[in-house]
Write a protein that binds this ligand. Structure first.
Ligand SMILES: [Zn+2]
Length: 436
């Protein structure tokens, strides 16, 4: 029999404090002055109740790169950040380009039990960009894949991109594009501009992202299919998405927490923790992506959680790997960058970090509102404390976070996944639902 809970006095997003009863994996009552015999009482005064967060863009590294992360350790990192669903990118080894690999990932996620691990399938075989992977077989597998991406690489060939967009229509899928012209970014080390010129590092120009997005929204319009743009990072990209949406193109876009907060100035210290793809951009770009998220041009925040072992980051900038871990810090960075600045309220956060990513990924049972009869997947978040972010906050296998030794607001106090506790009083449990 599963444990039942009476959550007392949580704020339901922007609403008033209320009580909630969780029993049998679902929310059974919401209201004031509730009581439940035998239920574990959780004092949630001052905490915000958010629907379990959904990350459309996570790298879990398993199979193949278990020194960086595994599905189990990445699931713990996700729970620590308030997530109850993560979509796992397919750049594993082997690449998740067959029904067999995506079903294996799904099963490993179920065995870990902290979050729903929803596999993303590769667009092309081996992510090599040459021919389409078995999209239909992955869609009809037990993993029920609806999101396809060659993330890490751009689907550069326009004919392959067109075919992929056409193919996914038959099962309401979406192609999630890593928009990066590979020719314009050969050898690129950071954002192209005055700082890259000063530092003598090869630049990654904004146009390399914007030109692919422009092409792809036109392709999506032409074939009448759904396009999702991963980790959009420039002011020009926001303008193109805004234009495309006005035109009626079925396009959605994501921004990462790091692109909402950090700028290219951080490259000056040559600390490879700040090396990421797409790179950190200018102040103007940060302001533009924040505004785009606030006005709905950008639909979601997604972490692009990208764990790397220490040796891949503690080397010189040019040799270091791209990427940052982000699951544990995402909600806190979103609070600092767009909530505390007045651009988003907590209802908006629930939309951009839970409801909308679940909808884009066509995942039912995730991103649902906190209401009677809905799955008890939620996080209880305290926005009040401001604390130094340290390696103690990291629950995955890698520590390549750009926020270490920075003050961040907020703390995830409790996470429930389908009625089971995964985080209790700020600590991730050693096994979901089992408290000492
Ligand atoms: Zn990417």
């Amino acid at each position: 029999m599963s444990e039942s809970f009476l959550i007392r006095g949580a704020r339901l997003q922007t609403g008033d404090a209320t009580d909630m009863i969780i029993d049998g994996g679902v929310i059974t009552e919401v209201g004031t002055g509730l009581s439940a015999a035998g239920a574990t009482v959780v004092d949630a005064a001052g905490l915000i109740a958010l629907p379990g967060l959904v990350d459309l863009h996570t790298h879990l590294r398993e199979p193949g790169f278990e020194a960086s992360e595994t599905i189990l350790t990445g699931s713990r990192a996700a729970a620590a950040g308030g997530f109850t669903t993560v979509f796992a990118m397919p750049n594993t080894s082997p690449v998740a380009d067959t029904a067999g690999v995506v079903e294996q990932e799904l099963a490993l996620g179920e065995a870990a039990g902290y979050v729903h691990v929803q596999p993303i399938g590769a667009v092309t075989v081996g992510q090599r960009g040459e021919r389409l992977a078995e999209l239909g077989a992955m869609a009809s597998s037990r993993a029920r894949v609806r999101v396809f991406s060659d993330d890490g690489f751009c689907v550069f060939d326009p004919l392959i991109m067109r075919r992929a967009l056409e193919y996914v229509k038959s099962f309401d899928g979406v192609v999630a594009q890593h928009a990066q012209d590979p020719r314009l970014t050969e050898g690129a080390q950071m954002n192209e501009g005055t700082v890259s010129a000063e530092l003598g590092l090869a630049g990654w120009p904004a146009v390399a992202e914007e030109s692919i997005i422009a092409r792809d929204v036109l392709l999506a319009e032409h074939v009448g299919s759904r396009l999702h743009v991963c980790h959009l990072s420039t002011a020009g990209s926001v303008d193109i998405i805004r234009w495309a949406k006005k035109r009626g193109v079925d396009v959605t876009a994501e921004v990462t927490p790091h692109h909402l907060l950090l700028t290219e100035e951080l490259a000056r210290g040559y600390d490879a923790r700040y090396k990421v793809n797409p790179p950190l951009r200018r102040d103007e770009d940060v302001l533009a992506v924040r505004a785009g998220l606030a006005d709905g041009t950008i639909d979601i925040v997604a972490t692009d959680h990208a764990p790397h072992p220490a040796e891949a980051k503690s080397c010189e900038w040019a040799a270091a790997a791209n990427g940052m871990v982000g699951l544990e810090s995402a909600l806190r960075v979103v609070q600092q960058s767009v909530v505390d600045t007045g651009l988003l309220d907590w209802d908006d956060v629930a939309r951009v970090m839970s409801a909308a990513p679940a909808r884009i990924g066509r995942l039912s049972g995730a991103g649902t509102p906190l209401a009677v009869g809905q799955p008890a997947s939620l996080t209880l978040y305290d926005p009040r404390p401001v604390r130094r972010f340290t390696t103690d906050d990291l629950r995955g296998r890698s520590v390549n976070s750009p926020y270490l030794d920075r003050d961040l607001p907020g703390e995830v106090r409790w996470t429930f996944f389908a009625g089971a506790v995964t985080v209790a009083e700020g600590a991730v449990l050693d096994a979901p639902g089992v408290r000492a």
